[in-house]
Every structure is written in C-alpha cells, then in structure tokens.
Design a protein around this ligand. Structure first.
Ligand SMILES: Nc1ncnc2c1ncn2[C@@H]1O[C@H](COP(=O)(O)OP(=O)(O)O)[C@@H](O)[C@H]1O
Ligand SMILES: [Mg+2]
Length: 235
C-alpha cells in the first residue's frame, strides 16, 4: 500500500478549476516530483493534499486512512507536512524557537531528540541556534523551514519550489538534503520548476499541464521524453 495515494483529486477556486481529476502515489522511501510550467496546478495539488484549500474533491489516502475531507491540522498530525513556499520562518524568533514550534505536539524529551536530529542534518542551524531567524541567509532560512517541518516527525514531506531564489551552491545543498530525508525512509513529494535538478534527485516524476497529469514514469523515463527535453530541460 502506497504511503500517499491520490485518486481523482480536483481543486478549484470559486469557478476556476486548477486541478482536474489527477491520480498518483508516493511510496515510503521515495522522492516523487511534480513538474510543469507556471500555472499548471502544482501548488494547488499540494494545497489540495494538505487540506488548505476549500474547493477540493476526490480521494486522498495517507498511510491507509482517507484524509480527503480532513482539516489541515489533522493531516499534519497524521504525519503529512508541507514546507511552505518561500520558506516562511518567524523572523523575530530564534532558530531554536522556530524549530521547537514545529514540534509543538511532541513531549519535551522527544522534542530535544528531534532538535538534535535537525542540527545533525544542518550543522549550520546548530551554530546559529540563538540567532534571530530573520538574520539568516536565504539558504539558511530554507534549512530552518525544512528542519521545522521535520520537527513534527512526519512520514511524508511536501516541498513547493525549495530551490527558488537560492544561490547555485545552496540549490545543491537543498537537493542533497532531500535525498537524505528520503534515505531515512520518508516519502518526499517535490514541486519544482528546476526540472533538471529535480529529476536528478527523484525516483519518479509526473508532468502536469493545465491541471492534468500528461506524463508519468521513472525519473529516467521522464528525463528521456522528447517533450520534456524541449519544454523543461532546454535540450
Ligand atoms: N487563490 C487562487 N485563486 C484563484 N485562482 C488561483 C489561485 N491560486 C492559483 N490559482 C489558479 O490556479 C491555476 C494553477 O495555479 P498553481 O497551482 O499556483 O500552479 P503552479 O504551482 O503549477 O504554478 C492557475 O491558473 C492559477 O491562476
Ligand atoms: Mg506554484
């Protein structure tokens, strides 16, 4: 049984249909990316899964449970978390305080263990733990946003354009973090415009166009697709 199984998901805003009847799945220990041009419906898909949009339809099964009608806080507590787009951290709070907020539902000693795991994954955060989050560089804030999501001890992490606006060296660091998270056995659902890099760290991929999935396969298969090559990889 897949960790996350989406069947006929639809998302609409008032009368505007952003996602139309899409179906896909994510297993434990795999990274799956959703590719597509601006406006294809990638962010809406993630929001439909995490329950933060009103107009959703279809079925979302997570860890064997139907969550397609659950409230977003129930979904997060079930172990499905999203790293917010644009790495929204609380700028006036310290790095440590931001992390602790992500583990607000855990017991104090569990929380300490998870903070240590975040510091292990991102030594930079340990060095800056007493610093205000707003004083971190963009790449460090991205690490903090991912760390905060991991503080909930999720089974699946969704990320919306994590490489957006980062310097090339930090893009590399972000993608290698994704691989480490996956290798710990978590599922990762990744949305990216940076198709080349995303396919490199993904096991499978789905391509969206105007709210629908038009292509799917292993990352290797999708990378070799002539349409993908010309439209997304600039080849
Ligand atoms: N809050 C909103 N209200 C109305 N339409 C929206 C809203 N958010 C997104 N859309 C529309 O839904 C479609 C898909 O957008 P989005 O999911 O953001 O695409 P992507 O993330 O692939 O760029 C677009 O046509 C967009 O204009
Ligand atoms: Mg988007």
């Amino acid at each position: 049984m897949p960790l996350l199984e989406i069947e006929s998901l639809g998302v609409s805003y008032g009368g505007v249909v952003a996602v139309r009847d899409i179906s896909f799945h994510v297993d434990r220990g795999e990274t799956v990316c959703l590719l597509g041009a601006n406006g294809a419906g990638k962010s809406s898909t993630l929001m439909g899964i995490s329950g933060v949009v009103a107009g959703r339809s279809g079925s979302v099964r997570f860890d064997g449970q139907e969550i397609g009608r659950s409230a977003s806080h129930h979904i997060a507590r079930a172990g499905l978390v999203q790293v917010p787009e644009g790495r929204r951290v609380f700028p006036a709070m310290t790095v440590l305080e931001n992390l602790l907020l992500g583990g607000i539902h855990a017991h104090a000693d569990e929380r300490r263990g998870r903070v240590d795991r975040c510091y292990d994954l991102f030594p930079r955060l340990a060095e800056r733990k007493e610093q205000a989050a707003g004083s971190l560089s963009g790449g460090e804030q991205q690490m903090l946003a991912i760390g905060r999501a991991l503080m909930a001890d999720p089974q699946l992490v969704m990320m919306d354009e994590p490489s957006l606006g980062l310097a090339p060296s930090l893009v590399e660091a972000t993608f290698s973090t994704i691989t480490r998270i996956r290798d710990e056995g978590l599922g990762v659902l990744l949305v990216e415009q940076n198709a080349g890099e995303a396919l490199e760290v993904s096991d499978r991929a789905y391509v969206m166009e105007t709210g629908e999935i038009v292509l799917s396969g292993t990352a290797e298969e999708v990378r070799k697709d002539p349409q993908v090559k010309s439209a997304y990889l600039g080849l």
